[in-house]
Design a protein around this ligand. Structure first.
Ligand SMILES: Nc1ncnc2c1ncn2[C@@H]1O[C@H](COP(=O)(O)OP(=O)(O)OP(=O)(O)O)[C@@H](O)[C@H]1O
Length: 696
């Protein structure tokens, strides 16, 4: 560092004799004393001044780090351009930065050429406070969410007592966790006036938005209710970064666009929507809120996921309801599937869930637990599953419009079909290997949780529901008294059924119609005409007569080459995601650095301590903060240049040898320092702070 070198730039001012030399203030001596330095070197005088300063509020204000308005007179034209273009500006890579020996071209120090001192304009604390208050978000209306209440009452009033838990959850979301608070705010986004806007960017196949679309399509009354729940709020701004401008397409290899520092828009939006869906809770003023129990077991904040008004008993023989709820044990969201009106007569039936709890597979929705409850006003059996935000079902995705028409619709493309077959075969292999049977291979029970990503849902329900109906071989007269766990022959039978249902599902998907399975010859003919012979062979095998030789292993052997293709696609996608993650990794690094700088600069508890920010490392960092963030152009307008900020922080993090010139706001000090030295300043000061405060 050449802080003790007097820069040959600013001619001493007339009153320089009365001014304390900065080198004395910072370093305790000035090597130019008696060698031409015009400033005052009398430290005793300085001591008096410092006392006066600390005792005088007025003076103290003037000596605040941030007191004078920072007004460099010149700045490079490149920087000005960059500011005007904001996000489209390019940032040089660290390598290029390290190679560049000259100081950065945007430099507050460049105003050293005799700018008149602006000593009368000081930092106005009250103005700042006012400004700060203005920046606070306006108070949000009371919790509003996008769920429309079902006009048809279907719950008895809960037996209260747990409202506090939900309240606590709201508070938790708002106070304890920033992510949760963010999500809580997101939950309040407008799905009414701005819904069209949102739906333009939303994947029409997914999401809560799609749920609403779907429900509206099902029932106009339902849609009306929805509009009534609309909140007059702004939608979340997904597009935080502008698209690259055309003229920056010819980048040098060492240059990057600002976009290359963030996740791609579509992925970020997708993740943000999922995060919103996770945080979504019912509006406490909605009638639905009061119809649902406040808390069951350790689950609270129930949010219905069913969009159909009608309850289907087709799959399990009982109506089921699906809710998202949060566990107060681990704070995570789960899906609770309630089987309405089911009275469990045998406690040991609960053990049937154990086998399922052990299964962890990427194509099976994990089963967590099961319990009975009367909180809904009846005997209900509740199954708890992992929650996959914004998922839909194969039924909704492919059959919602054409299911009832009976017409042969547009089938799923073969490429996707092979992906589904591979995923389901993999899931079934794991299930059958664990001596279990899925028993729910049906379009409404297969969850679509991402692009071409499916998971078998509702596992374990059938086992428990059918548990009491299996008579013991020794007591066939009174089956309910002596139930037995599923026998191996029954399991084998159900496994054969799994294969059959698997085949039927593929037929339905390939033909694009649920009714295709009712006319198999015609459907197979359709499949042969539009798909490969391999697909037909797999389907015919799956639909063949059950036998002990027909197993999922055979299916896996038949689809071997397709599995390799699926693995290849999965790895490719994985590589892509890893690449995207890599970009954000750099941001994490910069955020950590920003956090350190933020912790060091402007510490209020050191306000009276002149040594904190007016000398040594802290002073350099204070000036560096201005250098990074508080640039102004020659018209004294703020220069906002993301590229400059990212570039400076990258160089600081890398600790390159490049030097830069830092100038104080009052234009009295000018220091030349390298990024390397600045970096060690940050590290030392931060360590010092941690030691003092006991960092966590
Ligand atoms: N584990 C889960 N994670 C996230 N969402 C889920 C989960 N399970 C179900 N859902 C959501 O709940 C909705 C309703 O599920 P359900 O199984 O009842 O489908 P459905 O089409 O209503 O079937 P049915 O007609 O048999 O009631 C699904 O569309 C899905 O969006």
């Amino acid at each position: 560092m050449s802080a003790n070198d007097h820069p040959q730039r600013t001619p001493p001012r007339n009153n320089s004799k009365n001014r304390m030399c900065r080198n004395v203030v910072i370093h305790g001596y000035c090597k130019f004393e008696n060698k031409g330095c015009e400033y005052n070197h009398d430290s005793s005088k300085f001591a008096v001044n410092s006392q006066t300063t600390s005792s005088s509020p007025d003076l103290k204000m003037k000596l605040r780090v941030d007191s004078p308005v920072f007004t460099p007179t010149t700045s490079s034209s490149a920087a000005t351009d960059a500011a005007l273009q904001f996000a489209a500006k390019v940032a040089e890579s660290q390598a290029a930065a390290a190679a560049a020996a000259a100081p950065a071209n945007v430099n507050p120090g460049s105003n050293a050429a005799g700018t008149p001192l602006n000593t009368t304009t000081y930092y106005d604390t009250s103005a700042h406070q006012q400004q700060h208050q203005q920046r606070q978000l306006p108070p949000q209306p009371q919790v509003v969410q996008s769920y429309d209440s079902n006009p048809y009452a279907y719950y008895s009033d809960p037996g209260g007592g747990a409202a506090v838990t939900t309240q606590q959850h709201h508070q938790q979301q708002q106070q304890t966790s920033p992510e949760m608070a963010l999500g809580h705010a997101m939950r309040n986004m407008n799905l009414g006036a701005s819904q069209q806007q949102l739906q333009q960017v939303a994947d029409p196949q997914r999401g809560v938005y799609n749920h609403h679309q779907h429900s509206a399509a099902l029932d106009p009354y339902y849609a009306q209710q929805q509009v009534a729940m609309v909140a007059p709020q702004q939608p979340l701004q997904y597009h935080l970064y502008t698209t690259p401008l055309p003229h920056i397409s010819n980048l040098h290899p060492h240059q990057k666009t600002i976009h290359s520092f963030f996740l791609p828009d579509h992925l970020r939006e997708d993740l943000q929507r999922k995060s919103e869906a996770v945080q979504q809770v019912l509006d406490p003023s909605a009638p639905e809120y009061h119809r649902l129990p406040q808390e069951i077991h350790h689950y609270h904040s129930f949010y219905p996921l069913d969009v159909h008004r009608e309850r289907s008993v087709k799959v399990f023989g009982y109506p089921t309801w699906v809710y998202k709820a949060f566990s107060s044990v681990d704070g995570k969201p789960y899906v609770l599937r309630r089987v309405e009106g089911f009275r469990l007569t045998n406690e040991s039936a609960m053990s049937s869930i154990e086998g399922w709890r052990r299964i962890r597979h990427s194509n099976i929705v994990s089963v967590r637990e099961a319990f009975t409850t009367k909180a809904f006003g009846d005997n209900s059996l509740v199954f708890v599953y992992d929650y996959h935000p914004l998922s839909t079902t194969l039924s909704t995705k492919y059959f919602s419009a054409s299911a009832n028409s009976g017409a042969m619709g547009q089938g799923v493309p073969e490429k996707n079909l092979w992906s589904f077959i591979t995923q389901l075969a993999s899931a079934l292999k794991t299930i059958h290997a664990a001596a279990l049977a899925a028993c729910c291979i049906e379009p409404s029970k297969i969850l679509v949780t991402g692009k071409n990503r499916i998971r078998l849902n509702c596992c374990g329900i059938f086992d428990m529901l059918s548990y009491t109906h299996q008579p013991s071989p020794n007591n066939t007269h009174n089956p309910s008294k002596t139930p037995t766990p599923t026998s191996s022959s029954t399991t084998a039978h159900h496994q054969q059924e799994d294969l059959l249902h698997f085949g039927q599902l593929i037929v339905a998907l390939a033909c694009g119609s649920l009714s295709a399975v009712h006319n198999l010859p015609k459907s197979i003919d359709h499949i042969i005409r539009h798909n490969s012979i391999d697909l037909k062979n797999v389907i015919l095998y799956l639909l063949s007569k059950p036998s002990s030789y027909k197993t999922i292993d055979d299916v896996v052997t038949m689809i071997g080459p397709r599995i390799l293709h699926e693995i290849n696609s999965a790895h490719h996608y994985n590589d892509q995601l890893e690449g995207h993650l890599q970009r954000e990794l750099e941001n994490g690094r910069i955020v950590r650095l920003l956090a350190k700088l933020g912790t060091i600069n402007e510490r209020p508890e050191f306000d009276l301590d002149r040594t904190w920010s007016e000398t040594g490392d802290r002073y350099l960092l204070k000036l560096f903060r201005d250098y990074i963030f508080h640039q102004v152009d020659d018209q004294n307008r703020p220069l906002v240049d993301m590229a400059h900020i990212v570039q400076c922080l990258n160089k600081l993090d890398a600790g390159v040898d490049e030097k830069l010139m830092l100038t104080s706001r009052d234009d009295n000090s000018c220091l030349i320092v390298s990024y390397k030295e600045l970096r060690s300043c940050v590290e030392n000061t931060f360590l010092e702070l941690c030691k003092q405060g006991g960092a966590t």
